[in-house]
Design a protein around this ligand. Structure first.
Ligand SMILES: [Zn+2]
Length: 476
């Protein structure tokens, strides 16, 4: 089973506990039933929800009295009670009946109570038992594609014909979103502070509030939606800790999407969730400050496939390549500063020696080509812009089998465990332990290949407390 028995018992009571004890064929039988009952009326459902949602300012519960729950607007689309087989779902002190879709409000307590704006939380609780999937978007306030992905996915759900529960938080960092900023008001990156603490910095408290009120006890699975950051864009792809068996299995449920291994930096939501046993991945698609149809659609398709594979709700969409494609990836950097103009686009297949783009000094009119050192596919790239020497411009992936990708991830995890072992416990003289090579982004002396970060280098400079200054190209 993909989700642990212990978690299910804790989350959803006896019926879900029973789910963990039964065999996959029985779950398939549920899926078949759901198939038969499935009616496409997403547009109707969406219209109904939008009309039914009223302003959170009608809320009468003070955030000071109740930090986690403010208001809940009930939508009367509950199923007939006669054949309900799953208990109600409780979230943010509200009860969602089987077959219901509701909009709740989470108040992270970012400001003083009188102007604090609660964050909407959409919940679809299926009539039948099943796992709960949580979707979080705009943890970085300028990453818009995920917001639209959550909307499209949530408003096509049909709780009356669904198994399990889907929770969508479309705009986690509402404060940054309003300002068009990746960061919180204090310039901190929220995705470096999970799971957070109740008495820490503002960022840490917000992280703690989300994590303890929504994520920790209500999600069997988590997908955190992001885009490329800092003027870069990504092909739809997931980042997952493939050394973790449950996460590896989870990563195979999203159809023919690109999968990159990465443990996730300290403080990222997905790492904090994975650390407490919730299989979590990041879904990256497109770039910041933009709403891109292909990026949104690619992400939604992957999420629909996930819900189908978890037997929550079937999808009518198909993949040309139904299985995920695992990649080992490398960044290629600019060897001179200037104006970067690309010759390739996202998704292009390239060969070693191909010209990816050109950097030109606008004053001296001298330039140089950026050449791919390997065969592969463009999984991520920088927008045309002014760059400095050493700037990571193209993220190139080389396909691997799932087994190869998992094996490499496990080897890397073992290496990491050895390297992070307390020195006193390492056999022999600890002074003989070689220091970890620095992967400083500005260090171009080793050439473009040798200093390249890979997908696992998700640690942003701000959160980094290790000896090496890691890059932020893959910041999520
Ligand atoms: Zn992000």
């Amino acid at each position: 089973m993909l989700f642990s028995k212990a978690r299910l018992i804790r989350h959803s009571g006896l019926l879900l506990a029973a789910l963990s004890l039964i065999s996959p064929p029985i779950i398939s039988a549920w899926a078949q039933e759901a198939d038969e009952a499935y009616v496409v009326s997403a547009a109707d459902a969406g219209a109904q929800q939008i009309e039914s949602t009223i302003s959170p300012s009608d809320n009468s519960v003070s955030p000071a009295e109740n930090n986690s729950t403010t208001d809940a607007i009930e939508v009367d689309n509950s199923a007939a009670e006669s054949d309900i087989t799953t208990p109600p779902f409780t979230l943010l002190n509200q009860t969602i009946q089987p077959g219901q879709f509701r909009t709740l409000y989470w108040s992270p307590g970012q400001s003083f109570a009188s102007i604090d704006t609660p964050v909407p939380v959409l919940v679809a609780h299926g009539k039948e038992a099943g796992p709960s999937v949580c979707l979080t978007a705009a943890v970085h306030g300028d990453e818009l594609n995920g917001i639209e992905m959550v909307r499209r996915l949530m408003y096509q759900l049909e709780p009356a014909n669904m198994n399990g529960t889907v929770i969508g938080v479309p705009i986690v960092n509402l404060d940054g979103f309003r300002r068009g900023s990746r960061y919180l008001a204090d310039r901190r990156d929220l995705n470096r502070h999970f799971p957070g603490t109740y008495n820490g910095s503002a960022a840490s408290r917000i992280a703690n509030s989300l994590f303890s009120n929504i994520i920790r006890d209500h999600c069997n699975f988590l997908v955190d939606l992001h885009t490329g950051s800092l003027k870069r864009t990504n092909l739809p792809q997931i980042r997952a800790d493939l050394s973790n068996e449950a996460v590896f299995e989870f990563s195979r449920h999203l159809g023919g999407i690109t999968v990159l291994h990465g443990r996730g930096g300290e403080g990222t939501l997905r790492r904090a969730a994975t650390d407490i046993g919730i299989p979590a991945i990041t879904l990256e698609s497109g770039g910041p400050n933009a709403l891109e149809e292909s990026a949104v659609d690619g992400g939604v398709k992957a999420l629909e496939t996930l819900l189908q594979n978890l037997d929550i709700q079937p999808t009518l969409r198909f993949w040309g390549t139904p299985q995920p494609v695992f990649y080992h990836s490398e960044w290629v950097r600019a060897d001179q500063g200037g104006i970067l103009m690309s010759e390739v686009t996202l998704g292009d297949k390239i060969k070693a020696g191909d010209i990816l783009g050109r950097v030109v000094d606008p004053v001296t009119n001298t330039g140089s080509d950026i050449v791919s050192p390997i065969d592969g596919k463009i999984l991520g790239m920088a927008f045309n812009q002014v760059v400095q020497t050493g700037f990571a411009a193209y993220h190139i992936g080389k396909a691997k089998t799932p087994e190869q990708a998992q094996e490499e991830a496990q080897e890397e995890a073992q290496d990491e465990a050895i390297q992070t072992q307390p020195q006193g416990k390492v056999q022999g003289n600890s002074q003989n332990i070689p220091s970890q090579p620095a992967t400083n982004e500005s260090d171009s002396s080793t050439g473009p290949m040798k200093s390249m970060p890979t997908a696992e280098d998700d640690i942003d400079f701000e959160a980094n407390n290790t000896t090496s200054e890691r890059s932020s190209e893959n910041a999520e």
